[in-house]
Design a protein around this ligand. Structure first.
Ligand code: ATP
Ligand code: MG
Length: 630
């Protein structure tokens, strides 16, 4: 029994204000908060009301006194073969230059700045400069095409857009500027100015009067000192869209004070991290993990953070681990999808490097299946820590808080409810809380959401309330739209999204349960299960599986035999009700650009419906193949 963590957790719920008042001391305030949490208008929570602070000050300026010459930002690109280390002093100077340029282009407190950039240092400068000015940044993933960008421009209505001539992926240059120009033709909103970082990778035609070159403006502001704009704790720091796995993305709006406190606290209690250590998150600034754990949290904690442009397998599958060795990385953060990519290569690439500095590898974004967890654990011989959260929350909901107390991991479980989150499992039909062990329910969070979570949906309070807080009958409670179970020791297991629950002849089954049982077959590399409408049973499960031996998928007799084996495996593990009506063998599954399985698109295709926006999809050809093989 883990007493220390349990006490810590209980206090965060039952002495909420006392607990968070203490955490608030981890950051610097211009004026201390007057109230810890104003929850007078549920479900809207105002954290640290009356407090005045600045996110950039806490991430950068605060460290100048103690660690000006220590590493702050390590920008590495295996696409352009460049590597540059910025100390806190140098980062401070660059952020001031960027802030001065944005200010000269008219950016003021409360203005939106859209950032559509590859993973280069200037993207970090731009985010931090916005925070410095009290401007609200809205980062759009650099791999998105014009349509997705245009709709986000219309929603954010930025005064300035910061972009680059190009990004690069796997050695292939992707020109961003033409995509941006195309997006601006499609959008009705037009920014006053566009700032372009020219990397010299692709021609970037500039439109006079609107478009500006970063390098030339930077030289005009080399010695700029732009004071931090002190803002209310509740002032929005940024907006960011959810991944769109289940439908139209939601514009998450985040505050300043609560977010800064939540991140500072997470570095201490979840990651057990300290100033001077090095954090390497392999995500992208276009996602929430990039916001929280590439840019803000490591810097708030006074650590060095690695910003990496490139693939995990180029030049070879040792590239990330070489970075760990070279910069003595202590904390690494990635996603199961990336580990599955590595898993296709020889573990020898990982063994080549000295990983002794590493304290652990945290993985988030989708379920961490046992074979993937076991493979990476064996390959690096370090703790592998699953953590479950959402763009909406900004930091983990379920994990193990090793900074409070070291706790045993349990395969298949992201861990326990994190302090501050009053997590409950709810029977979605009756709205009743499920208090017993091993009962399946919707994972929900009793309000107020802790600091750092979304304040609202950008410019749409109604959508915030109706989408998240009204889905469970008879009560105002935040739904994660994930389906889970908790064991007798308080460890949670995510069974899939509530949309993905399949109802076969009255039995409710999580797609994840069926996927896990299929993934146990040695021939299966990856699998997705969706429910398909069936006139007799209501729904039947349909499985799409990637086989290890690609030739097998092409051989009709062999795939029929494998299908039968897979069905038998599900029968033996879960029972015949869960048996998929068909197993379709493919070479790739449709995913979002962040590597998440698009079950929604699979289901649509299976039921003969429109799969939706293909432009934000990683590999539309995967869906075409599915269509063909159905
Ligand atoms: P959208 O909300 O637009 O459909 P999305 O839910 O994929 O997209 P994100 O906020 O990026 O957008 O992802 C959060 C979701 O990812 C969670 O609700 C959960 O379904 C899944 N997830 C994240 N981490 C884990 C994890 N460790 N284990 C299982 N599932 C996870
Ligand atoms: Mg979601």
């Amino acid at each position: 029994m883990s007493m220390r963590f349990d006490d810590f957790y209980q206090r965060s719920i039952h002495d909420r204000d006392g607990f968070w008042a203490e955490q608030a001391q981890l950051i610097e305030w211009r004026q201390p908060p007057q109230q810890v949490c104003d929850y007078s208008h549920p479900p809207f929570a105002k954290w640290f009301a009356g407090g005045v602070t600045n996110l950039c000050h806490n991430a950068v300026d605060r460290h100048l006194a103690a660690r000006a010459e220590q590493k702050a930002l390590i920008a590495i690109s295996t696409e352009t073969d460049t590597e540059k280390v910025y100390s806190y002093r140098e980062l401070h100077a660059e952020v001031n230059r960027m802030a001065a340029v944005l200010k000269a282009l008219g950016v003021e407190k409360g203005d939106r700045v859209q950032i559509y950039m590859p993973m280069i240092a200037e993207a970090a400068f731009a985010m931090l400069a916005c925070a410095r000015l009290g401007a609200i940044h809205s980062v759009v993933f650099g791999g998105f095409a014009s349509g997705a960008l245009a709709s986000r421009i219309d929603d954010a209505q930025p005064k300035v857009i910061v972009s680059a001539d190009a990004g690069s992926r796997g050695g292939r240059v992707v020109a961003y500027k033409p995509l941006l120009d195309e997006a601006l033709k499609l959008s009705s909103h037009q920014p006053a100015a566009v700032l372009i970082v020219d990397r010299g990778l692709a021609p970037a035609p500039m439109r006079a009067g609107r478009d500006h070159d970063w390098a030339s403006l930077r030289t005009l502001h080399l010695d700029a000192q732009v004071a931090c704009e002190w803002v209310d704790a509740t002032h929005p720091s940024y907006t960011l869209y959810t991944s769109g796995t289940t439908g139209r993305p939601k514009g998450v709006q985040r505050d300043t004070g609560g977010y800064t406190v939540a991140l500072a606290a997470s570095m201490k209690h979840i990651f057990d991290a300290e100033a001077g250590q090095t954090f390497f998150s392999t995500s992208d600034i276009g996602w929430v993990v990039g916001h929280s754990y590439i840019i803000y949290a490591p810097l708030i904690a006074g650590m060095a953070t690695v910003l990496y442009e490139g693939l995990p397998v180029r030049p070879d599958a040792g590239t990330w681990w070489g970075i760990v060795e070279k910069y003595r990385v202590t904390h690494m953060f990635s996603a199961p999808t990336a580990i599955r990519v590595l898993k296709k290569h020889d573990a020898e690439h990982l063994h080549r490097h000295d990983l002794s500095s590493l304290k652990g590898l945290w993985l988030a974004g989708e379920p961490l299946d046992e074979p993937t967890a076991a493979w990476i654990s064996d390959a690096i011989k370090k703790p592998i820590i699953d953590n479950y959260w959402q763009t909406e929350t900004g930091w983990p909901i379920l994990t193990l808080c090793n900074g409070v107390e070291t706790q045993a991991t349990r395969f298949g479980s992201p861990g326990k409810a994190v302090y501050g989150y009053n997590v409950k499992l709810i029977d979605d039909a009756t709205g009743e809380e499920l208090t017993g062990a091993n009962q399946k329910g919707v994972l929900a969070i009793e309000g107020p959401l802790p600091p750092g979570c979304m304040q609202t949906v950008w410019r749409d309070d109604e959508r915030f309330v109706n989408t998240y807080w009204k889905s469970i009958p008879g009560r105002l409670i935040y739904s994660t739209f994930d389906w889970g179970i908790r064991d007798e020791d308080g460890y949670y297991f995510i069974l899939g999204r509530t949309d993905d629950v399949i109802n076969v002849a009255g039995h409710r089954l999580g797609t994840r349960e069926i996927e896990e049982s299929i993934a146990a077959h040695a021939q299966i590399a990856e699998v997705a299960v969706v429910g398909m409408a069936d006139s007799l049973k209501g729904q039947v499960a349909l499985a799409f599986a990637v086989v290890r031996d690609a030739a097998l998928a092409e051989d009709a007799a062999a795939s029929r035999a494998l299908e039968a084996e897979v069905m038998k495996l599900v029968d033996s593990r879960l029972g015949a009700v869960a048996r998929p009506s068909r197993v379709v063998f493919v070479t790739a599954l449709p995913k979002t650009r962040s590597g998440k399985l698009l079950r929604r698109a699979l289901q649509a295709v299976a039921e003969g419906r429109d799969p939706g926006d293909l432009s934000t999809m990683e590999d539309p050809a995967a869906l075409a193949q599915v269509q063909q093989r159905l």
